[in-house]
Design a protein around this ligand. Structure first.
Ligand code: GLC
Length: 464
């Protein structure tokens, strides 16, 4: 494939230029290096953004930055045991951090969301942290780091925080709107797929990293089994299932109910009836009482493939959907964060008239090139390598010339995002990881899982 080595070399230089140092040692990467825009918090190292940088560095054999990141952020984890609602809860990992100077000394200041726009706390940081640790261990063989008592403790605190019983009785995790990559109101409250897939991956990572006979392993195993069943069975949508929902009975009570979540057929959006192909399918964006969010969310679907949360048939189905709806999901820049946009009165009510999230922009169905890493990985995992190659080629015709924007706007991702930062680090790292995967497909083992890693009993009935 004709990827210009010059672009790749420039991307590596740009990634190196984004490195943050702490006492002269590399410790993370800035979110963006755009001198023409207000920095806001883009001059910080975000845990989720750094995950993509970490994968790139590890694939290239640069381990020090990742190790330092892990050891320093471990110390930032909240240990607040008291019920002080103004402090981050015990086990929470920071959304971002910054290296600052005081009296000639450097120190690291963490943000758990208390300073973030709209004060959002991130539920995904701990999950990304666990995945970074897993990839680091796989790449270096340094299991000794993960087995250190402070690391084991950190893993368990993340598990305590995410596995604790709350007011609901689902295996999925209940989260607030805007508490992860989509860090603004977008109607993703409840049980968003993106978080459930990441939660699943975090549990797989924790299982590998904990000492084998640790009592937490049993709990993790049990949740993995419930999650895989719940997601494969209730979130999956294809044309036949759509037809079933279209003819659903409602108000069913008791254990024999078919329509367990009381989804009214009238809630099926018009766009879906034409858009959903007869071949292929996807996991819907969210599921809760009386609510199925039919939007397609790329990160959750692609991560379901690389983690094997999706069955083989479902994984192939997602790639079939991407192929047959290439124009709407990939268009001129891979890949839509979600599809389609929410518009009109829905946009007003759901986003709170958020002008950054206007229809077909930013989180509201903008195109995000950082997702290339997981798109290429999912393509490889399903043996559909050409999909990843074609997506990367599409991206490389523009990204370098456009100075690596954060996101693109428009139905087909033709315009550089209205408020997109240039020199966005995870755009750069996303391309580098995608490129490294294509050059050396063995790297896929670092970031993906096998069905055996979960040892999940798949004898449970699945609707395929
Ligand atoms: C935006 C994105 C968020 C990302 C951050 C830094 O806030 O919504 O997901 O982590 O920018 O790039």
């Amino acid at each position: 494939m004709g990827i210009s080595q010059k672009f790749i070399d420039t991307a590596w230089q740009a990634l190196e230029a984004s490195v943050i140092r702490y006492n002269e040692r590399p410790v993370g990467t800035l979110a963006a290096r755009d001198s023409t825009a207000h920095a806001l918090n883009y001059d910080q190292c975000f845990t989720r953004d750094f995950a993509v940088s970490a994968f790139a560095f590890l694939m290239k054999g640069e381990v020090e930055i990742v190790r330092t990141f892990l050891t320093k952020t471990l110390k930032l984890q909240s240990l607040n045991k008291h019920l002080d609602c103004f402090k981050p809860g015990q086990g929470l990992m920071p959304a971002s951090f910054k290296v600052e100077q005081k009296d000639g000394q450097e120190y690291i200041s963490a943000d758990f969301g208390e300073n973030a726009i709209a004060r959002v706390a991130s539920v995904d940081s701990g999950f990304w942290w666990l995945l970074i640790l897993r990839v680091y261990v796989k790449a270096t063989g340094d299991m000794a780091l993960a087995r250190k008592p402070d690391f084991q403790n950190c893993i368990k605190l993340i598990l305590d925080l995410s596995l604790t019983s709350r007011f609901d009785m689902y295996p999925t995790m209940l989260v607030a709107d805007g508490s992860y990559m989509i860090d603004r109101r977008m109607g993703v409250y409840g049980y968003p797929l993106d978080i459930q897939a990441l939660f699943y991956i975090a549990l797989l990572a924790a299982k590998e990293l904990l000492v084998a006979d640790d009592e937490y392993v049993t709990v993790v195993d049990e949740r993995l089994g419930h999650l895989v069943y719940h997601l494969r069975y209730y979130y999956w949508l294809d044309f036949n299932l759509l037809n079933e929902i279209y003819r659903y009975n409602v108000e069913e009570y008791g254990p024999t109910a078919v329509n367990k979540f009381n989804i009214y057929p009238g809630s099926i959006p018009e766009w879906l009836k034409e858009w959903l192909p007869e071949k292929g399918g996807y996991f819907v964006g969210n599921l809760g009482p009386g609510r199925m969010d039919f939007r397609f969310f790329a990160q959750g679907n692609l991560m379901a493939i690389i983690s094997k949360l999706a069955s083989e048939e479902q994984s192939q189905g997602i790639m079939d959907l991407i192929t047959s709806r290439w124009h709407s999901l990939i268009g001129r820049m891979p890949i839509k964060l979600c599809y389609p946009a929410i518009e009109g009165r829905d946009w007003e009510l759901i986003t709170g008239c958020d002008l950054k999230n206007t229809p077909w922009s930013y989180h509201n169905a903008g195109n995000w090139p950082f997702l290339l890493w997981v798109l290429v990985a999912a393509a490889q995992k399903t043996g559909r390598v050409e999909i990843g190659e074609k997506a990367l080629e599409t991206a490389l015709t523009r990204l370098h010339k456009d100075q690596w924007p954060e996101y693109y706007d428009g139905k087909y991702g033709r315009l550089i995002g209205k408020e997109a930062r240039k020199w966005q680090t995870w755009t750069i790292a996303g391309v580098l990881v995608a490129h490294e995967l294509i050059q050396n497909p063995k790297h896929l083992d670092l970031i993906s899982f096998t069905e055996e890693s979960a040892m999940v009993s798949c004898s449970l009935p699945i609707p395929l």
